[in-house]
Write a protein that binds this ligand. Structure first.
Ligand SMILES: Nc1ncnc2c1ncn2[C@@H]1O[C@H](COP(=O)(O)OP(=O)(O)OP(=O)(O)O)[C@@H](O)[C@H]1O
Ligand SMILES: [Mg+2]
Length: 435
């Protein structure tokens, strides 16, 4: 590196502080250095030098040892302790050419010494060498900083890539899981559907047959009672009937048939859910008004909602768009029923719709129980439910999620335990993958 009085960027002359209480020495040093093109600044005390160095650090300091308020050793020590000034080379100017003094200077952190009376060649030589070292130092520091910055950026990029890979991996696992479950459920639904069909029709027939039997038995009893010659026989028959608890059985048969039919109906709806879950692509695609869909779903869900909730509607203007309305209705129905279930005795459900930047959004908020952190990550899993058997199969949200994903959209949840939840469905108007 070629040394001039310019600094490493060549844009300004190197600045040198001359710290000395003697104006004669100041002048002599300033003249010698200015002549070679260095910018000098004379300071007559240690304190002034410390303040000036902190404000605008020079490239080199020539520091007198013997000064009245604070000696050169102390000034040097303070300069070397401060992070902002510790890299400025300090040359101690001393009239004592003693070893002890120099050792004290070295202990205070001095970088070099020159002796009084001042020799111009010596001072220029030492100045040049120390400035050169400082330039190297500055260069290294600057580049170490740039390197550190680059390493940090690369590390951040790598961390991002790793996080993306992890997410993609999880999504793949999830998709694989959904596909397997889809196939399984389609198979199970198909297998269960046939027996449910004949159970339903047989139970219905049984019900009708029982009714006829009962009518006939009652008629028989009346006729028998009227025409049996021996009253004992009639009593014996009566006693036998009592023993067999015939009356209770006769009363109970319609209940048993009704309950069995309810069970069959529940089975049917579970199978429908399962079918829907595994074949969400089947339904027709058409142009729909989502606000109308919401309204009709709210009507159907009325029973579930009307006793304990006040439903607020905040519909925005939505352009009609092409989708599978029956499927989206099913999504809204699931979300509404979940919201109603989350409300214990009295609460509010707010249904909002709006569009922005080519997307349609529908949010369903409730003031219900909320979802704990630990459950939040699992609610979209098929068969995950916190409801008692018979009240929930745990398929609602996973079906809904699948439907919305097939529309190219997503469902997001925000929830606070004890305060409520908001499920937001977002679908792009130019959705792909569901045609
Ligand atoms: N609005 C909500 N507030 C509180 N918890 C909710 C809400 N929506 C869903 N959950 C939680 O997520 C679980 C899964 O919901 P999902 O709709 O998939 O199944 P489910 O309602 O339990 O049964 P299904 O909908 O099949 O009848 C619920 O059991 C409940 O714990
Ligand atoms: Mg549900």
């Amino acid at each position: 590196m070629h040394m001039t009085a310019q600094d490493s960027r060549g844009s300004r002359a190197s600045t040198i502080f001359i710290v000395d209480d003697d104006s004669g020495t100041q002048q002599l040093l300033a003249d010698t250095l200015s002549y070679k093109g260095y910018a000098t600044r004379c300071l007559s005390s240690g304190r002034l030098a410390l303040t000036a160095a902190a404000e605008d650090p020079p490239d080199l300091i020539l520091l007198d040892v013997m000064m009245p308020d604070m000696d050169g050793f102390e000034v040097c020590r303070l300069l070397k302790m401060d992070q902002a000034t510790r890299f400025i080379p300090v040359v101690m100017v001393t009239s004592f050419n003693e070893k002890a003094m120099r050792l004290k200077g070295i202990a205070a952190g001095a970088d070099d010494f020159i002796s009084k009376p001042i020799d111009a060649t010596e001072i220029l030589l030492r100045t040049r060498n120390l400035l050169l070292v400082k330039q190297y130092n500055d260069f290294l520091k600057e580049h170490a900083g740039i390197l550190e910055q680059q390493v940090r950026l690369r590390t951040e990029e790598l961390e991002k890539v790793i996080a993306e890979l992890r997410t993609t991996h999880q999504q793949l696992v999830q998709q694989e899981k959904m596909a397997t479950i889809g196939q399984l459920t389609a198979g199970i639904a198909h297998e269960i559907n046939n027996p449910i069909g004949f159970i339903a029709s047989n139970v219905t027939s049984l019900g009708k047959y029982c009714e006829r039997f009962l009518t006939f038995i009652k008629a028989q009893q009346t006729t028998l009672a009227a025409c049996l010659p021996d009253p004992d026989q009639a009593e014996r028959l009566q006693a036998m009937g009592n023993q067999l608890k015939l009356e209770r059985i006769i009363d109970d048969v319609p209940n048993i048939i009704r309950e069995t039919m309810e069970g069959v109906d529940r089975l049917k709806s579970i199978v429908m859910d399962l079918k829907c879950f595994s074949r969400v692509n089947d339904a027709e695609q058409s142009i729909a008004d989502i606000n109308q869909c919401l309204e009709s779903t709210l009507n159907i869900a009325g029973n579930e909602l009307k006793y304990k909730t006040i439903v607020k509607r905040e519909y925005g203007e939505l352009p009609p768009f092409s989708c599978h309305p029956q499927q989206l209705n099913q999504v809204f129905m699931n979300l509404l029923v979940n919201a109603a279930h989350a409300i214990d005795t009295k609460g509010e459900i707010t249904v909002r719709s709006w569009s922005s930047n080519g997307w349609i959004h529908v949010s369903i908020s409730d003031t219900g129980c909320g979802i704990s952190e630990q459950h939040l990550s699992r609610i979209f899993e098929p068969f995950f439910t916190t409801k008692e058997p018979g009240r929930g199969t745990g398929l609602g949200l996973s079906i809904s999620n699948e439907i919305v994903r097939n529309h190219g959209g997503r469902i997001e949840v925000e929830s606070l335990v004890g305060q409520g939840s908001t499920f937001t469905v977002s679908i792009p108007m130019k959705s792909q993958g569901h045609g």
